[in-house]
Ligand binder design. Structure first.
Ligand code: JFZ
Length: 699
């Protein structure tokens, strides 16, 4: 009977409404892909940025906005014209695939409010055009998303959907554009979000098969609360397990989306640069300023060398054709990819400094080999490529697509560095391909039997900068055969600095009991690593605490919140809230329920109780700016106008009660406020329990 009970227990546990755990995003295919095609296609494509006969340079998909066209007039003009009889999904997908693009993200609905598929939720969709109208009504009854989804499946290309939260046409979308004279009577933004959820559900409910990316956009006029972003994203993950959700749903999302720019250093989290091919996302008839294939491929190498993805845009015209200039660029990219795709797909950051002649990328094979790919935008000085700190000999060095390998006779060691002396043939091949902007760059592949040992500056793990009694700094182990040299008086380590001995328990570490400047270098084969690591750590006093029980019975739990209405660009000072008499009580650091949606500032004050003495790390996340003060000291300045941004700060606190004050402001659009802490001797952040907060000492 026990098993029955157990089974019953198991069943009861499972059937107790335990919701399935959210499915983690599937980054494997995306990271391997590195390169995708963005497609902006809608009614704007039929206009081609021409309105009443006049061409408007710039973003054609913004023409309604930039020409201040009443939405009804815009749709009345373009809906009857949109009939992409030349749309050939297989041609689009083949063009992407040949160019080495392994996924396609298409605008299913852009800000104009036109749905590219037959949507039961909406009025402005493909079914209102001749192209999408049912055959019974004389239409062609075609669904572009269906045709594209089928073509992607046939060719093994992943499909993603762009969806705009912003909608210039929907009667319930607010705010209206200022030239839009339609009455707002009866308009309800919450009803618009119901519509939005219904449309996203249509896109992801399986009718188009597997959808690998949900690319949100146009989230800046409202916040996550209003967008019901949590609900939409949860629905997406439930309908499409593994789906990737970007950072434009007024939430951080799964990855960042820098636009038309390549970050100087790749963000730590997954990221994807999206970029136009000319100056417009949507088809723009008279815009002929297309990037060259060489420029695109250098962007691609740059992005991959920083661990990112590249989503390159195509804007098909109103007939469904990819214009000849875009096709020409894609064909040149395809030609380069035939020989060099292995230096892009599955590649990422390489453990080498950025060279002056171009970029390094690196890939590892399933068999364990590792290949360093030198993307040569220009001929290296003296024909020499330096593999800084590479301690192992490569298996081969070759110029893909050329009949010769560069040859290992070209190799020589210079201390801890490997040098590849390119011979005349190699230089000639590279020279032809790399010195002019119109010709795609050359690549040299350096293959190793396994991940090569690289002599780099040891990493000082963690990022602690203050301590009370003592601190142990741990360092990353050196490559096999190398040693670490560490000084704690700020002097530069030399070969004469005694090597750091590995401690059985702590590994490579340095224990400190007073302030110090720690510097570390590695050495091998009598050579020091060119780079070094420096960390300053300061010994500090504990901030004394007030005795909590001095608060007595009057000390109620919770914090006091004040709301100040107004337009801010910086965090207001504490005294700015003195005039506010309405108090709210909150049980944590968050936006009070009674806060308006936009244009306000919040002050939250009270007492926080720390059980243990030691260094506390606080992390505040806010949109827009915020500050954290403890016992009158500024711990975090996360000020300024910005999207949801997190910052952390450290402070040494005695065990007991400390005064805490958080101030933040929200301008318009997204809003966010949260605070968490990492307590002494712990390694992770945790939520601050409500019982740690009390009203201020004075109340
Ligand atoms: C948005 C759209 O408005 C545009 O039409 C296009 O679809 C592009 C991919 O996305 O443009 C943006 C969105 C966000 C920023 C800049 C342009 N931003 O956050 O800086």
């Amino acid at each position: 009977m026990i098993w029955t009970t157990a089974l019953a227990l198991t069943i009861s546990f499972v059937s107790a409404g335990a919701s399935p755990p959210p499915v983690a995003p599937d980054f494997a295919w995306w990271t391997e892909a590195r390169f995708g095609m963005f497609v902006h296609w809608g009614l704007y494509s039929e206009a081609g940025s021409v309105w009443k006969g006049k061409f408007l340079p710039g973003w054609s998909e913004w023409m309604l906005n930039r020409k201040k066209i009443p939405p009804d007039e815009y749709h009345a003009e373009l809906t009857p014209r949109f009939d992409p009889v030349d749309f050939d999904a297989d041609a689009w997908v083949r063009a992407a695939k040949d160019a080495g693009m392994k996924y396609i993200v298409i605008t299913t609905k852009h800000h104009e409010g036109f749905a590219l598929w037959p949507s039961a939720a909406g009025e402005q969709d493909i079914a209102t055009t001749h192209f999408g109208k049912p055959k019974s009504q004389g239409g062609r009854e075609r669904d572009p998303l269906r045709e594209l989804a089928d073509a992607c499946k046939r060719h093994g290309i992943k499909l993603g959907f762009y969806y705009s939260l912003l909608d210039w046409s929907h009667p319930d979308y607010l705010p209206r554009r200022e030239w839009d004279t339609r009455s707002i009577d009866g308009a309800e933004y919450p009803r618009y979000t119901t519509y939005m959820r219904a449309q996203v559900k249509e896109l992801l409910d399986g009718r188009y098969g597997e959808i690998a990316v949900l690319w949100g956009d146009g989230d800046w006029e409202h916040g996550a609360r209003e967008h019901t972003s949590d609900e939409i994203v949860a629905m997406a993950r439930a309908l499409q397990p593994g789906i990737l959700v970007n950072d434009r749903w007024s939430q951080p999302g799964d990855y960042a989306t820098p636009e038309n720019k390549i970050p100087d250093a790749g963000p730590a989290r997954p990221w994807e640069t999206c970029m136009t091919l000319n100056n417009s996302w949507g088809y723009a008839r008279d815009d002929h300023e297309f990037k060259s294939a060489a420029a695109v491929l250098r962007n691609l190498a740059d992005i991959v060398s920083k661990g990112g993805n590249y989503l390159l845009n195509i804007g098909p015209d109103g007939k469904g054709r990819i214009d000849p200039e875009s096709m020409s660029v894609l064909s040149s990219i395809a030609l380069w990819m035939k020989t060099h795709s292995t230096s892009i797909h599955g590649n990422g950051r390489a453990p080498l400094p950025v060279p002056e002649w171009g970029k390094w990328t690196m890939a590892q094979s399933d068999e364990g080999t590792a290949t360093l790919n030198a993307h040569l935008f220009s001929a290296p000085k003296g024909g020499v490529i330096q593999l800084a700190g590479v301690m192992d000999e490569p298996l081969s060095i070759r110029v893909p697509g050329n009949e010769f390998a560069v040859g290992k006779d070209s190799l020589r060691r210079d201390g801890a560095d490997l040098l590849v002396q390119l011979n005349a043939d190699a230089l000639e091949a590279i020279g032809k391909a790399s010195t002019v902007d119109t010709t795609p760059h050359a690549v040299i592949e350096v293959e190793f039997a396994s991940m090569p040992r690289v002599l780099t500056a040891p990493e000082i793990l963690g990022d602690d900068s203050i301590f009370v009694d003592g601190i142990v700094l741990r360092l990353s182990p050196p490559p096999a055969g190398a040693v670490i040299h560490v000084t704690t008086n700020g002097s530069m380590p030399t070969l004469e600095t005694p090597p750091l001995v590995r401690d059985g328990q702590r590994g490579y570490s340095v224990a400190l009991t007073r302030s110090a400047t720690v510097r570390a270098r590695a050495s091998w084969n009598g050579q020091l690593s060119s780079a070094e690591t420096t960390r300053r750590v300061d010994q500090v006093e504990l901030l004394p605490a007030s005795v909590c029980d001095a608060l007595g019975a009057s000390a109620k739990s919770g914090l006091i919140a004040k709301i100040l209405l107004g337009e801010f660009e910086v965090v207001p000072g504490s005294k700015d809230f003195d005039a506010v008499i309405d108090l709210a009580r909150v049980d944590s650091i968050r936006i009070p329920e009674n806060a308006p949606l936009d244009r306000y500032a919040v002050q939250i004050r009270g007492v926080i109780e720390t059980r243990l003495p030691g260094v506390y790390r606080f992390e505040i996340s806010s949109d827009d700016g915020s500050e954290l003060w403890i016992d009158g000291r500024l711990v975090i300045d996360n000020g300024g106008l910005h999207g949801a941004t997190s910052k952390f700060g450290d402070i040494a606190l005695a065990g007991g009660c400390h005064e805490i004050e958080v101030r933040m402001f929200e301008s318009v659009g997204g809003e966010a406020l949260s605070l968490r802490w990492r307590v002494p001797f712990e390694s992770d952040f945790t939520a601050i329990p409500a019982k740690a907060f009390r009203r201020s000492l004075g109340q």
